[in-house]
Structures are given as structure tokens and as C-alpha cells.
Design a protein around this ligand. Structure first.
Ligand code: NDP
Ligand code: 2IT
Length: 451
């Protein structure tokens, strides 16, 4: 058994009920096999064994009172995975599916993603199985305050800086930051994704979606292609999907799909202009369902099917796919259909939205495939820039932050492509991202000795 096989076996043995975590570990470790061969100093220092074990796993009770006066209890998590290159940094997810496996896979991926941004941030993730859907504004506020009543003791501007993820946007960050500020009696950059009036950064809401499209544009450019005239499938209709859609439109592409957990809509004319404004208002203000888009514009709506199942069943032609909903949304069958229908590029706005089989199919068919830890790093990159602005007690213009985001995404594309070549798999951005992200963290861990 190779060292890497041993480590995977150990993770399986220790955490037998954590399939998403295992999936993320297997992918990274397989990419690192060649790094282990070339860097015996990392092997000797036990870097590979140490990096798959979180620094700290915090699990806590979140009791709160709903509008009927009944006590509710949710489970809260914060996985502080690795702070070798900077304070722990990563989002908070509120979704009923949240469990230890999902938190750990996200925290693990975050280590390499944050390293790729070139900014000093370690890897972490948190969240709760709280379901914000159908909750009143007051219930969401009380839950966020209750969650922060425990989280506060584990975080800090130089210790651990949470942000948003699924189910957590500006509203929830406001409630969590406000509660932290009150009980700590300080106003620091302890969360990112804050409102502009109290320390937030311009472009942070746009950053993940814009960044994913900047990364995809770089991949397309390696084949002399661009977004102009391309038909693009986007899944999700939340933060990442909305701004990916906006940027595709700006670059001359045509977005034909969106979804939420209830339905997929297909609009062959393209979701642009007023239709984009409608989606943003529907999702961010009214908090309604995507089906209402079909009701308003008379487009096709498939209840209960994902974007990728609709593409598979209907044989929709798409040039570029940008999954922006959740993990494992594209399976092998969907990947085969995408290839068959002419897809040339997939950039993951979501974290790990493609199953390992789907990734294999994309690679075998020469599809440009940008893994989430590279393609969606724009969000945490601008979070890092929000931290910089908070430390400087200054704020930069929209143009300044967007220019930095573009520069960082181009840099990540270059670093991932170059690492894929250096490690013998040119154009395999999965290997490139895992190796390039790993190296800086591993060197830092080596410098510290065994801690
Ligand atoms: P949002 O909560 O804003 O939106 C999520 C969207 O995906 C919604 O349309 C939601 O539908 C849909 N969705 C979520 N879970 C499921 C599910 N289990 N089944 C079907 N549909 C689902 O989240 P974000 O846009 O912020 O996050 C989307 C993805 O991007 C996640 O994978 C996240 O980890 C990743 N990401 C986010 C970053 C950020 O800065 N926000 C940064 C990097 C990655 P519904 O409303 O019906 O639940
Ligand atoms: O998955 C992610 O990178 C995020 N949810 C954003 C994390 C952050 O700290 O901005």
C-alpha cells in the first residue's frame, strides 16, 4: 500500500460515516501521490496524515424560541481545519442537510482554495442544520443570535473569520456580526460579507459568481475561445448563480437555465436584462421560488428536476456549464449528457458539485474542467480583501476591488495550469488546484515542526 492509500484507508476507518469528507480527501490525496514522491521531507514530517485531520472540530447546541413560543434545538458546527498560512477562514452554511461530513469536506477544501488565492487565510467551515425556509424575519434573527452566542468564543479577527455560504447572506451576517459586536464590545473585521455601512467590501456579493466566470474565461482562452455567443447552463438561483449569470451576460453569453430545490426553469431566449432583475428581487427580497419566473415570463418549468437532469432528459445543447447550487449535483449520467450535447467547459461555482465519475467523464472527453476550489475562490479572495480593508480602516472602490479579483482569478488559473504541467498532467485543473494549493500550506507546516 502506498502512503496515500494508507491515509485514505485510515480516514475511511476513522470516519466511516462521512462520505462527502472521504470523497474530498480521496480526490486531493490522489493528486498528491506524485508530490509525496518528489518531496520526501513532507512524508517524513507526516504532513499528509496531519492535513486530513482538522485542528479542531466544534459541535454545539443552538437553542432558540420560534414565533409560537416553542423551544427549538439545532446543531451548530465550526470546523477549524488548518491555520498554517493564516487565521481560519470560511463560510457558514444553514441548510437542513448540514452534518459533520459536509462541514468537514467544506473545511478541507477551503484549506487549498484559500491558499490558491495567495492571501493569508487558513481553512475552516461552519454552519447548522437550521432551515431558513419558511422562517419569519424574527425567527432568523433569533436563530443567528443564538448561534453566535456559542460561536463567538471560538472566533476573532486574527483567529477565525466566518462568512456566508448556502442560506447565509448579508442579512444573516448582519445578525451574527451585530450580536458578536454587542457581547464582545468591539467592532472588528471578525466576519466578512458585512453590509457596506459597517465594514463590508464592494464586490463581495458579486465575487464568487464573477470570479467563476473570470476563471472559465481564462480556461476558454487556452483554446482561443470566449463567452461571446455561448449558450450557458447555470444551476441554483442564489448568490453565486445570480452574479455568474450577470457576468456571463456582460461577456456576451446567453444563460438559459436556473433552478432552486423545487424546480428548474429553461428560457432559450436568455435570462438577461429585466429578467435578471426579476430573479434577484424574487430571491433576495421576496424570498420566493424560481417557478414564479416561469409564471411571469411563460418559460418552461420542470418541477422537481435539477438543471442537469433537465439537460439530460431534454437533450438541451449547452456550450458551458456553471453549477452553482450544491455538492454532487452533476452525476456521471448528467456528465455524459453534457458531453453529448456539446459542452466544452465546466466551471464549478459550487463546492464539489460534480461527482468523481462526472469529473472522470469530463477529463476523458477533453472538457475544460475547473474544480470549485479554484473556480469559486473569488468569493473568499474578496473576503480576504475585506479583511485587508478592515485592518487598514479604509475602503476601496468597486473598480479597485474588481480589478484585484480579476487579477487573483487570472493568477489562480495560471498557477493551476502550470502546476498541472509541472506534475505531468497538463490541462488537468483538478491536479493543478490540489497541488498548487497544497504546496504553500505544506511548506508552512514543515517550518513549524510537529504541532
Ligand atoms: P444560496 O443559499 O444563495 O443559494 C443556493 C442555491 O442553490 C439556491 O438556489 C438553492 O435552492 C440551491 N440549493 C442549495 N442546496 C440545494 C440542494 N440540496 N438541492 C437543490 N438545490 C439546492 O447559496 P450560495 O449561492 O452562496 O452557494 C451556492 C454554492 O456555492 C454552494 O455550494 C456554496 O458552498 C458555494 N460557494 C459559495 C460562496 C459564497 O461566497 N457564497 C463561495 C464559494 C462557494 P433553494 O433556495 O431552494 O434551497
Ligand atoms: O466556500 C466558500 O469559499 C465560501 N462560502 C466563502 C468563504 C469566505 O470566507 O468568504
Amino acid at each position: 500500500m502506498s502512503l496515500i492509500e494508507e491515509i485514505i484507508a485510515q480516514v475511511k476507518h476513522r470516519d466511516p460515516e462521512e462520505p462527502e469528507f472521504l470523497q474530498a480527501v480521496v480526490e486531493v490525496m490522489e493528486s498528491l501521490e506524485i508530490v509525496a514522491e518528489r518531496h520526501p521531507e513532507f512524508v517524513k514530517a507526516g504532513i499528509f496524515q496531519r492535513i486530513v485531520e482538522p485542528d479542531r472540530t466544534i459541535v454545539f447546541r443552538v437553542p432558540w424560541v420560534d414565533d409560537r413560543g416553542e423551544v427549538r434545538v439545532n446543531r451548530g458546527f465550526r470546523i477549524q481545519f488548518n491555520n498554517a498560512i493564516g487565521p481560519y477562514k470560511g463560510g457558514i452554511r444553514f441548510h437542513p442537510s448540514v452534518n459533520l461530513s459536509i462541514m468537514k469536506f467544506l473545511g478541507f477544501e477551503q484549506i487549498f482554495k484559500n491558499s490558491l488565492t495567495t492571501l493569508p487565510m487558513g481553512g475552516a467551515k461552519g454552519g447548522s442544520d437550521f432551515d431558513p425556509k419558511g422562517k419569519s424575519e424574527n425567527e432568523v434573527m433569533r436563530f443567528c443570535h443564538a448561534f453566535t452566542a456559542e460561536l463567538f468564543r471560538h472566533i476573532g479577527p486574527e483567529t477565525d473569520v466566518p462568512a456566508g455560504d448556502i442560506g447565509v447572506g448579508g442579512r444573516e451576517i448582519g445578525y451574527m456580526f451585530g450580536y458578536y459586536k454587542k457581547i464582545m464590545n468591539n467592532h472588528t473585521g471578525v466576519f466578512t460579507g458585512k453590509g457596506l455601512d459597517y465594514g463590508g467590501s464592494l464586490i463581495r456579493p458579486e465575487a464568487t459568481g464573477y470570479g467563476a466566470i473570470y476563471y472559465a474565461a481564462e480556461m476558454l482562452a487556452t483554446r482561443g475561445l470566449s463567452f461571446t455567443g455561448k449558450t450557458v447552463a447555470i444551476s441554483g438561483s442564489g448568490n453565486v448563480a445570480q452574479f455568474a449569470m450577470e457576468k456571463v451576460n456582460q461577456l456576451g453569453g446567453r444563460v438559459i437555465t436556473l433552478c432552486d430545490s423545487n424546480a428548474t426553469i429553461v428560457d432559450e431566449e436568455g435570462i438577461c436584462g429585466d429578467k435578471c432583475d426579476f430573479v434577484m428581487e424574487l430571491k433576495n427580497v421576496k424570498r420566493g421560488r424560481i417557478k414564479e419566473y416561469a409564471d411571469k415570463y411563460g418559460s418552461v418549468c420542470y418541477l422537481g428536476d435539477s438543471v442537469w437532469d433537465v439537460i439530460t432528459q431534454q437533450g438541451l445543447k449547452v456550450d458551458v456549464a456553471i453549477p452553482c447550487a450544491t455538492q454532487n449535483e452533476i452525476d456521471g449520467k448528467n456528465a455524459e449528457a453534457l458531453v453529448k450535447n456539446g459542452c466544452i467547459c465546466v466551471a464549478e461555482g459550487a463546492n464539489m458539485p460534480s461527482t468523481p465519475e462526472a469529473v472522470r467523464i469530463f477529463h476523458e472527453n477533453n472538457v475544460l474542467f475547473g474544480p470549485g476550489k479554484a473556480a469559486n475562490a473569488g468569493g473568499v479572495a474578496v473576503s480576504g480583501l475585506e479583511m485587508s480593508q478592515n485592518s487598514l480602516k479604509m475602503s476601496w472602490t468597486r473598480q479597485e476591488v474588481d480589478d484585484l479579483l480579476l487579477k487573483i482569478m487570472k493568477g489562480i488559473h495560471k498557477a493551476t495550469l502550470e502546476a498541472s504541467e509541472e506534475y505531468g498532467r497538463k490541462g488537468d485543473y483538478v491536479t493543478g488546484a490540489n497541488v498548487a494549493g497544497f504546496m504553500k500550506v505544506a511548506r508552512a507546516m514543515l517550518a513549524y515542526g510537529v504541532v
